[in-house]
Structure formats: C-alpha cells, structure tokens
Design a protein around this ligand. Structure first.
Ligand SMILES: *[C@@H]1O[C@H](CO)[C@@H](O)[C@H](O)[C@H]1NC(C)=O
Ligand SMILES: *[C@@H]1O[C@H](CO)[C@@H](O)[C@H](O)[C@H]1NC(C)=O
Length: 524
C-alpha cells in the first residue's frame, strides 16, 4: 500500500521540467532561454527554477545580444598565456578569442547561425527553408526529397549525386532562388547541404499528402549526412555538431523526433559500436536512407544540422588559441550526453584517485610494458588502478561508465582517447605518447577543459621496430609499439594526481562524499 501511494505521488508530482530530461544547470539555461518554457515556468507555482534564476540574464552565448560576460562559458574558460602589455591582450580578450573560435561564439561566427529565408510561406501547409551561410545548417518545413536516384543496392559512400534537379522541393509562397544560388558554393558531401539543395524547386501544386508522398515524417526529423561510423573521434564530431545545431535551432532537446541517417552506402550506416549514444537525441530508432530507396519522402519539419567535416569545423580542423582551455559548449555537450545516457558518477572516492589505463588490442601502438606500468600504479599510495580494453565486446555505455569514473585516464594516441570528452570536469588525461601527432588530443582536451600531459623525454621511451606506413612504406611513428620508463611514468602520473587533488570541483565533491560516508557510519 505504501509503495502504491508512493508511486501515485511520484506520478502526480513528476513535473514537466523533469520530462525535459536535462541536468540541473542545463535545464535552467534551456528554460530561461526558450520563450515558451520561460513563460510556462513563470506561470507555474511549482516550477523548480526560482524567479531570480529565471531572470538572471544568463544566456548560452550563441544568441544575438548575448555578451560573453553573461554566457554559459564566462567563468569556465581559463587562459594561462602571459599577459603582455600592448601585445597579446588582456586575459578577457584571450578568453573571448577562444570563445569565438571554439565555444558558443563559434556558432555565431562565419554566419553559422545566420538565417537566410530561401523559401517562405505564410500559411501552415506551405514550405519554408531557412539556412545559414553556405547552407551549412538548415531548417525546413513541408519539403520532400525524392530518392529515385539512390539505387541503394549498388550505392557507394559519400555520394553527392543522389538528389537530381527537381528531386527536392516544396511549395513556397516566395522562393528566393538567387539567395539559394549565392550559398551553394560549398558542395563537398560533409561540408554542407549544397549538393542537395542546389536542386531545390518550388511547385504550386505540392502539398504534403499521400498523393505527393510515399512516406511522410510527421514528427520533427533530424536529417543527417554521416561519416563512417567506426572511429570514435570522427563519430563524436558528428554528435557535437548535432548538439550545436539543436542549439542554433532553439530546440528544447525533445527526443520525440525522428532521425534519418543519410549514409549513401549500400549497407547503410548501421553504427555497430556507438549506436546507443543516439538515444540522447531520439527515443525512436533511426531510419536508414537505404530503406527509403526509390521513394518520395516528405517532412513536416526537418533539421539539417552542421556536418562533421566543415572547413574549420567544430572540432575537426579547428584552430584554437594557445594557452586557453574549457569550452562551455563542449562541457555542456558532455554533461548532456552523460545525463541522458544515465551514466552515473560514483566518485570521487574519499581516499583514492581512480587511474585507468586504456589498453589497445590492435596491431600497432601497443604499450609493450603495460603490465609493469600497471603494477607501478598499484604500488602508488592512494591510487586505485584499473586497465580497460574498449574493444567491440564492451558495450559502449559500459565504456562511458568506466571512463566517467576515472580521475586520470591514460592511453596511447588513438581514437579511443576521444573518451576524454566524458571524464569528470576535474580529471586529467595522459596521452602516454602522441606518436608525433601533437595537437589532436591536446586540443580535444583543451576543448573539454581537462588537464593534458604527454611523454616528452624521448630518451626514456623505447620504440619497438621502426614503424612503416602500411600503404606507402614510409617511416611512421603511428605504426609501431612502445615501452616507457617506469620512474618517469610515475613522475608524470604523480603530477596529474596533484592536479586532480587541487581541482576545486574535486575538492568540493570529495567533501560531500566524506560527509555522506561519515553520516552512514553514524547511522550504523
Ligand atoms: C527545431 O525547432 C523547432 C521550433 O522550435 C522545433 O519544433 C523542432 O522540434 C526542432 N527540431 C528538432 C529536430 O529538434
Ligand atoms: C631525460 O631523461 C634523462 C635520463 O633520466 C635525463 O638525463 C635528461 O636530463 C632528461 N631530459 C630532459 C629534457 O628532461
């Protein structure tokens, strides 16, 4: 009976803000910056967000009229470059520069959130198409794509000729063809929607109905062109750009949306390793493009997001100011994903630092003396050491769980290090050797705002075999294995432990843990 009462109560008291399924801080920003939700909260005496929080003026940072000081990132970005009078600017200028390059400001820059009205309509059933510069990001209503030209069975990856003239369109009250043509200058597959929308046509007889459409997507739909699915670094570039695009769209991150995986490869996208992560974006199973072969497909509302291989894209090929770290956009992305995928933080531990070594069961870039390094870790005071191997047999969400419950994460250069996105805010990453690819994970760690170290003393590292590129045979540091001096290893890990222990968030969380554990002891 008590249980039943409890259940009833929790149904009655489940609040609409819980249904948004966002972590506390992101919930506040989302409600405050969505006109509809904000009004709803103001009128709701049970809204859990206090009035003063609702009206404190803090914004994400990509919106027009949102200055850096009031943005989500204002007290998150940290820059340590020496401030030189007259030359490199003040700390604030450095922070804002980083903000424009690698944070919410990036979404404003280069017209990524610009809204060009290519197709407009005044009535509900009419078509609308609104895009940013170079058609990098678009939203559309009541449009169709005709996939007669796909020929899925023989189709290859990255095709930009799937859509032919007239195979995309709608019924515009006003179609601004010149504006469209002015923005079809970038047509590479994963840079923009240019190769598709350059063929857009408007027809006065078109409406979304069964006569005009073989398939109708009634729900808002994310239509997304995809890179190959196997590499975590590239895959998360897709997710970050999608998350950023939802922000540009002013989404409230509703998961009652469909996803169309636009992969032109005959076998589809499939996504064997990272598929569970899509649940953060949609509660429905994504639809493969190949399943729509030959069909005319209509969309009531479509979001066509920023794609993964733009010039100076987020985070692929992204230039970043030296000395600065901690993109608020990247931190929000990490917290958003972890919350929605129900990955829990069980730490920090009251008396130990959790150190994880990522092992590789691959052909190259193995740590030959991994066991020796591991036992050194185990012998270190106050360390809880663990070795993980994130091969295909470990479900992705379990991998995230292990990563997120590491204070220090150690691994060889490779896409597995993309896991650093999901470390706790106080964590540190040790790319034990970067294999001469110096900026990739260093920059990713700076974006995420976690401390980074790599091996620097080459006389204390042994290369096992020369390493040659498998295709052209040239010497290449990524195609061989390494072993590392154990004392030097311990010294670097020691530095990272000191960093973690001093991190204000770690100190705060550990204090809470101590209080909790002394509480339970007293109860006993
Ligand atoms: C984009 O924004 C519109 C309007 O706010 C919303 O209705 C739609 O669901 C959003 N699309 C996605 C895919 O989130
Ligand atoms: C590298 O390690 C060697 C051996 O311990 C030491 O003599 C040398 O000074 C180190 N080099 C640097 C740059 O720290």
């Amino acid at each position: 009976m008590r249980l039943l009462m409890f259940c009833l109560f929790s149904i009655v008291f489940s609040h609409w803000t819980d249904d948004l399924d966002l972590p506390r801080e992101l919930l506040e920003y989302t409600v405050r910056n969505s006109p509809d939700l904000r009004k709803k909260c103001e009128e709701d005496p049970h809204c859990p967000i206090q009035r003063d929080v609702l009206s404190n003026g803090r914004c994400w940072g990509h919106e027009e009229g949102c200055p850096f000081e009031r943005s989500y990132s204002a007290n998150r970005i940290s820059c340590t470059l020496p401030v030189q009078k007259g030359r490199i600017q003040s700390r604030e200028v450095q922070q804002e520069h980083f903000f424009d390059q690698a944070d919410w400001g990036y979404l404003r820059g280069h017209g990524r959130s610009e809204r060009h009205q290519i197709c407009e309509s005044s009535d509900q059933e009419g078509t609308r198409l609104v895009c940013s510069d170079h058609l990098a990001h678009c939203t559309a209503e009541n449009i169709f794509f005709d996939f007669s030209n796909l020929n899925a069975r023989h189709s290859k990856r990255y095709r930009d000729d799937v859509i032919q003239p007239g195979q995309v369109g709608g019924n515009c009250g006003k179609f601004n063809k010149q504006l469209l043509d002015a923005h079809t200058d970038r047509q590479s597959y994963l840079q923009s929607w240019g190769a598709e929308f350059k063929h857009f046509e408007s027809s006065p007889s078109f409406v979304v109905d069964d006569d005009n459409c073989d398939v109708i997507f009634e729900r808002p739909t994310i239509v997304i062109k995809l890179d190959a699915s196997i590499n975590m670094f590239h895959h998360f570039c897709v997710f970050i750009n999608l998350y950023a695009s939802q922000h540009i769209n002013g989404s409230i991150f509703d998961t009652d949306v469909d996803i169309l995986w636009w992969d032109t490869f005959s076998n589809g996208f499939v996504d064997p390793y990272f598929k569970p992560a899509w649940a953060a974006f949609s509660r429905h199973t994504p639809v493969e493009l190949t399943s729509l072969d030959g069909k005319r497909v209509c969309f009531r509302k479509a979001l066509l997001p920023l794609l993964a291989r733009q010039r100076y894209g987020m985070y692929y090929n992204m230039p970043m100011t030296d000395g600065c770290t901690g993109s608020g956009l990247m931190q929000a992305f990490s917290h958003h994903m972890l919350h929605r995928l129900r990955v829990l933080q069980r730490g920090p531990l009251v008396d130990k630092i959790r150190v994880t070594i990522l092992s590789r069961s691959t052909m190259h870039r193995r740590i030959i003396n991994e066991k020796e390094l591991f036992s050194r870790l185990q012998s270190m005071e106050g360390v809880e050491a663990r070795i993980v191997d994130y091969n295909g047999k470990v479900p992705f969400l379990d991998q995230l769980e292990q990563t997120h419950n590491s204070d220090i994460f150690i691994g060889m250069h490779g896409s597995g290090l993309t896991h650093l996105l999901f470390l706790p805010d106080w964590a540190a990453i040790f790319e034990i050797y970067n294999c001469e690819d110096e900026s990739c994970y260093y920059d990713l760690a700076r974006l995420r705002g976690v401390r980074y170290k790599t091996w620097s003393n080459m006389s204390l590292l042994t290369r096992h075999g020369e390493g040659r590129h498998p295709h052209n045979g040239t010497p290449h540091a990524k195609f061989t294995d390494y072993s590392f001096d154990v004392d030097e290893f311990e010294r670097i890990v020691g530095q990272l432990i000191s960093h973690v222990k001093r991190h204000p968030q770690f100190v705060e969380e550990r204090r809470k843990m101590r209080r909790k554990s002394s509480g339970t002891k007293q109860e006993l």
